[in-house]
Design a protein around this ligand. Sequence first.
Ligand code: FAD
Ligand code: SF4
Length: 514
Amino acid sequence: MKRDVTLRLILGDQLNAQHSWFEKVRKDTIYTLMEVRQETDYVRHHIQKIAGFFSAMRHFGAALSHQGHRVVYLRLDDPHNEQSFERNLIRLVKEQHVDRFEYLQPDEYRLDIELADLASRLTVPSAVVDTEHFLTSRSDVAQHFEGKKRYLMESFYRYMRKRYDVLMDDGKPAGGKWNYDHSNRNRYDGAVPLPVATVFDNDVSDIVAMIDRCEVPTFGEIDPKKLIWPVTRDQALRQLATFIDKRLPHFGTYQDAMTAGSWSLFHSLLSFALNTKMLHPMEVIQAAIARAQATSGATVSVEQLEGFVRQILGWREYMRGIYWSHMPTYATMNHFGHTTDLPDFYWTADTHMNCMRQAISQSLAHAYAHHIQRLMITGNFALLAGVHPNEVDSWYLGVYIDAVQWVEIVNTRGMSQFADGGLVATKPYVSSANYIHKMSDYCDDCHYQWRKNTGDRSCPFNSFYWAFLHRHRQQLAKNPRVAMMFRTWDRMKDDKQRELLTQAENYQAALNAL
Ligand code: FAD
Ligand code: SF4
């Protein structure tokens, strides 16, 4: 008797080996993974990002085959590859005599629309299945904030702590506080040695050669014999274990620190493994809590632990909820009406500003910058310079190993560029050199002088900062978190204000030369 054949699509960011789909090996089920130009070309990507995704997909497909599952894996240079999900799936349905099509719920809006549309047009029935990855549904955040103008992360995070009983003691927050930000976030002071980042040496030379052969446009650096990112679940688990062992004990303390001495400080480097779903967010949270409990807080204090848990249980789920409650309009928001082009040095790191050079050059070298570099260096500068959010978005979406639109765009357009008018951030994340000097050692070795506001070698962040506030006074003056800065501006003498604005104008006119 002929058995019905089911075709199941797995996208490149759906590599969840623990998914219930894979519990049983079924000869009537075909899994398919596809490397397609549609995905390599929708934005210009860092070479490590494409190589990392393809390598992780190839390992995943091979592991499924090894377990006995039927797998159709389409490489980018396969002559049968028609380079779009739609065309490939229509062909496979016909060729493999498929009776039913199933796919996992995509996390990107554009793929969600595309696959739903395709499924409705196929000649066979179809179903969309949960990825079994996130801790909230797409609509939980919207429901939590129903009727509210602002979506305060802190309120959602507390709800998540209670809902999952994470870091809770008899209904109260563990240690007595919900938030330990005040004891965290120090400058790196050398009190503990900088950790060595856990990196891998995955040989992806065949993938890189294929990308070159196919003339996929990319940027950034790679050593094809040593891709540093985890591409299997085993490697992802090793990344998690070394983080918990070596870096979690100081995570919160140095969460916002920046130093030329390290590109990753005490950060986990887990975002790629999480966003490809090789790791589940709850297993990461539980592993961290287990370590703290095993040592009764002696190695990992509640401050460090809470600082880390907040990122995953709070920020990550919250960002996803904002995405699903506000797409597709979110991708068009431009609250300040910014129009400037992204300066060339974002692609080359060729700038005299040491903070920007450090953050961009490490992004080009490793496809990674940690949160505060993304927010308070490259993001801060783009916002001060009035760069169009579309350009800022494309850069962040292309450059980082972990950049998937659902998490990238809310961080970039919302948190970093305030383009959503303050839905996510309570104030624009802009600063003068003062903050950068306080949190990093970058200013010590810079062409510009961090204390100087105007004149030769004055730090561009300073005049840009005041010009930004002046330019957007109407939109910002009523914001209580910025009001004090307007009072400072108003107390300045007219000629000082004029000097600052002229300096900013001159720098703006020579943006690419800064
Ligand atoms: P850690 O500092 O060790 O944090 C642990 C984990 O918490 C991360 O792996 C991540 O999963 C989660 N997390 C932390 N902060 C956030 C946040 N703000 N939003 C969502 N999750 C968070 N993160 C991405 O995963 N993809 C992106 O494309 C992305 N783009 C960003 C763009 C900008 C402008 C900014 C300001 C932030 C962006 N982030 C993005 C958030 C954050 O910077 C990265 O998650 C983090 O730097 C990844 O490094 P890590 O794994 O070492 O993180
Ligand atoms: Fe950056 Fe200004 Fe400091 Fe230079 S002086 S590192 S440009 S903040």
